[in-house]
Design a protein around this ligand. Structure first.
Ligand SMILES: Cc1cc2nc3c(=O)[nH]c(=O)nc-3n(C[C@H](O)[C@H](O)[C@H](O)COP(=O)(O)OP(=O)(O)OC[C@H]3O[C@@H](n4cnc5c(N)ncnc54)[C@H](O)[C@@H]3O)c2cc1C
Length: 239
């Protein structure tokens, strides 16, 4: 399960025939044959990959929108999930703070920077204990959970099921694996990508930070992994 303070991510659903489905979508665009015949007569994996890589490489991304994957995610902060739900091509079912009343100390996430600072860590834990006690006092006084939750912090742990298509997952990887993204969402998205590439290793080269795909860094503050856009554009074109 890894670090108890880290996101827990499991891939719970993906199409069995992922490669064949994308291949059929790609091939249909250039073939006089019926898609069902293309699907049934799908060639070997190497040939399918060759076509798929060419089509994705040329930016024809609608062909990978046919692939939907679903992840079960837990042990993430509400700060993290709030960022994730900004992605408009994803579907979410998240543990409700209205319907699920906290009993006793609520679970919460401790950022590594806090974990490493004993003095702050102690105060952090005391703050969570105080908040939990007040939350309980409120619910015991008859305040509904949907109102008592107003005192719960961004650190409160959450769980969700999320689905997205492959195009969106690649986009998610591009911007959330970048070191400019917050540490927790970066770990969570990395685990989502790893879960999928365990079963579909050919996707590894696509599920990367955007600089790997662009060939340069387009952020104001670069981590130095790649040349900045300005440096990159100054280079003579490769022929
Ligand atoms: C490092 C970092 C810092 C951030 N800081 C902030 C911040 O300070 N404040 C803040 O509010 N947000 C912040 N965000 C969130 C960010 O602004 C986006 O809301 C979030 O990353 C979702 O990205 P997206 O819109 O590209 O992706 P998605 O919503 O997943 O959409 C994918 C793509 O679909 C297209 N698309 C989707 N919807 C539309 C639309 N309505 N019109 C046209 N095209 C569309 C776009 O091409 C988009 O890139 C930050 C994100 C990152 C990665």
């Amino acid at each position: 399960m890894g670090n108890a303070n880290e996101p827990v991510v499991n891939l719970i659903s993906k199409p069995e025939n992922m490669l064949k489905t994308i291949y059929t979508a790609c091939r249909t665009c250039y073939s006089a044959d019926y898609p069902i015949n293309i699907y049934k007569n799908a060639v070997d994996e190497e040939k399918m990959l060759k076509l798929i890589e060419r089509v994705i490489g040329s930016g024809h991304f609608s062909t990978i929108e046919h692939i939907q994957v679903t992840f079960a995610i837990s042990n993430v902060s509400r700060a993290c999930t709030h960022q994730l739900v900004r992605h408009r091509h994803m579907s979410f079912s998240q543990k409700s703070q209205r319907y699920v009343k906290e009993k006793g100390q609520f679970d919460y996430i401790i950022p590594p920077t806090v974990e490493k600072n004993p003095e702050i860590l102690e105060k952090y834990k005391k703050f969570m204990e105080f908040t939990s006690n007040f939350y309980t006092e409120m619910t015991e006084a008859g305040i509904p959970a949907e109102d008592a939750r107003f005192v719960l912090p961004n650190a409160a742990a959450s769980s969700l099921v999320t689905s997205l298509n492959l195009r969106e997952l690649i986009h998610l990887a591009h911007i959330r694996l970048c070191t400019r993204a917050q540490y927790e969402i970066r770990i969570m998205v990395k685990k989502m990508c790893e879960e999928l590439t365990k079963e579909e290793p050919w996707l590894k080269k696509y599920l990367v930070p955007k600089c790997e795909s662009l060939g340069y860094c387009d952020e104001d503050k670069s981590c130095g992994r790649k040349k900045t856009k300005a440096e990159f554009l100054k280079e003579p074109a490769q022929v």
